[in-house]
Design a protein around this ligand. Structure first.
Ligand SMILES: [Zn+2]
Length: 440
């Protein structure tokens, strides 16, 4: 199932023990990791060419011989998209008889279905266990996991990861925060794995009624804004570590205690960032290297990020695992303009601590003559005057997104502020933070 290099390492160094996986991991030099990755890539490409209808057809259409493929670039513009997964029957992607299925709902169309074998699930759990171990979880910890159950992937994987670590675990699905809060004392949970919004509600209860000693909070989902994270950390006096992944990809990466980007699982995925802008931001693309039931070749994740080149301050053993920045935005929400490629998340971060504005704000890209205007439409509260609000926003933009700021300084676009009476910013059914009002 794996390349020769990986087989060697798995057998000789890792065994079944997660602490060993982490301990020995640091002795594997980066060139060997790269070698494992590229050999595994060649292997999964050949496997999928033989067993996956979808990929075999793409190769035929493009006239590419799979035996000549050495790296992702050799596949030209062959990708697997979320629409492919949503609209084509599962038989197009299945390479062998599956044992499990997970689903993920999207914003449009039907669910995406991803099939696994038991062995693949177990394997994924070992790597998640390694990430948890790296974040300080040891035997004696007591984990409660409230990731959504149902057809979702992460609850089971977290449960199995705890099994590998030999720690107490309740993976109970998304129960009401109060249900868990009322059991905190009885079961002495000291590690919580949950979604960001659940964590916020849970922390609101604890803020009023008292906290318990925790050693770690793991949050899945990059929708954990800095505001949420700061709040949860301040209530519990405990670090919040973010994990990155999806049902299609599985667990792709996790933060270390430095909280400076996600360390990627370079053993089981071949990550690329495509369509990069001049600052290196582009769409994350992942090839699953270890799965054989339903492997994805160059799956377009739609998340925008960039690789972090500098080594992480955390040092060994994670030092060798490459990192990506927190997700900058979604490709489908991107607006291309003079400021660069803009995403709603940028403005959520820029506005989050600006005092005196209603949370019903919008940012609009419009055109005046030949110039792009980036316009903040805001409703003021507490009788504050516009000047300090403008100054605070400009200061945040300059600090948080120096590249965006610089494009303004060199005349690529203009900033504008429009202050409106309360209640006048119309939001549709689904709140739109960033609008493009330029003529097509
Ligand atoms: Zn690190």
């Amino acid at each position: 199932m794996f390349s020769q290099a990986r087989k060697f390492i798995e057998r000789a160094l890792v065994g079944d023990s997660v602490p060993d996986l982490v301990r020995w991991g640091k002795y594997i030099p980066s060139p060997v990791v790269r070698r494992i990755r590229s050999e595994s890539f060649v292997e999964v490409v050949r496997y999928a060419a033989e067993h996956q209808k979808f990929f075999a057809r793409k190769l035929r259409e493009q006239g590419i011989d799979p035996r000549r493929v050495r790296c992702p670039e050799d596949l030209g513009d062959i990708f697997t998209t979320q629409d492919d997964l949503r609209t084509l029957p599962a038989e197009e992607f299945l390479c062998r008889e599956p044992e499990l299925v997970y689903e993920t709902t999207g914003t449009s169309g039907g669910p995406k279905r991803v099939y696994f074998s038991y062995e693949e699930l177990d394997f994924a759990a070992r790597y998640e266990a390694a990430a948890m171990f790296e974040n300080g979880i040891r035997p004696g910890a007591r984990v409660v996991c409230t990731f959504d159950g149902g057809y979702w992937f992460s609850s089971t994987v977290t449960f199995l990861a705890c099994k590998y670590l030999g720690v107490f675990c309740s993976a109970v699905g998304k129960l009401h925060p109060r249900e868990i809060y009322s059991r905190m004392g009885e079961y002495r949970y000291d590690v919580i794995a949950a979604d960001p919004t659940w964590l916020v509600s849970f922390s609101e209860i604890a803020e009023k009624e008292g906290t318990f000693p925790l050693r770690l909070i793991m949050a899945a989902g990059d929708r954990m804004t800095d505001v949420y994270r700061n709040y949860v950390e301040s209530v519990w006096k405990c670090p919040v570590s973010l994990a990155y992944g999806s049902t299609e990809m599985g667990g792709a990466g996790m933060e270390c205690s430095c909280k400076d980007g996600y360390h990627l699982d370079d053993y089981n995925y071949c990550f690329e960032i495509v369509d990069r802008d001049k600052n290196g931001y582009g769409e994350l693309v992942a090839t699953t290297l270890s799965r054989r039931t339903m492997p994805f070749i160059r799956y377009r994740v739609r998340d925008i990020t960039r690789f972090i080149d500098a080594p992480c301050r955390c040092g060994a053993p994670l030092r060798r695992m490459r990192r990506i920045e927190r997700i900058r935005g979604r490709r489908d929400e991107m607006v291309v303009m003079g400021a660069g490629n803009m995403y709603p998340e940028i403005f959520e971060r820029v506005l989050h601590d600006v005092a005196g504005i209603d949370e019903n704000w919008q940012v609009v890209v419009r055109q005046e003559g030949l110039h792009d205007i980036l316009e903040f439409r805001l409703e003021l509260t507490n009788g504050i005057s516009p000047a300090p609000v403008e100054a605070a926003i400009q200061a945040n933009l300059k600090t948080l997104y120096p590249d965006v700021w610089e494009n303004q300084a060199c005349g690529m676009y203009q900033l504008s502020f429009r202050f409106l009476p309360p209640g006048s910013i119309e939001q549709g059914r689904k709140r739109r933070r960033l609008l493009d009002e330029r003529a097509a």
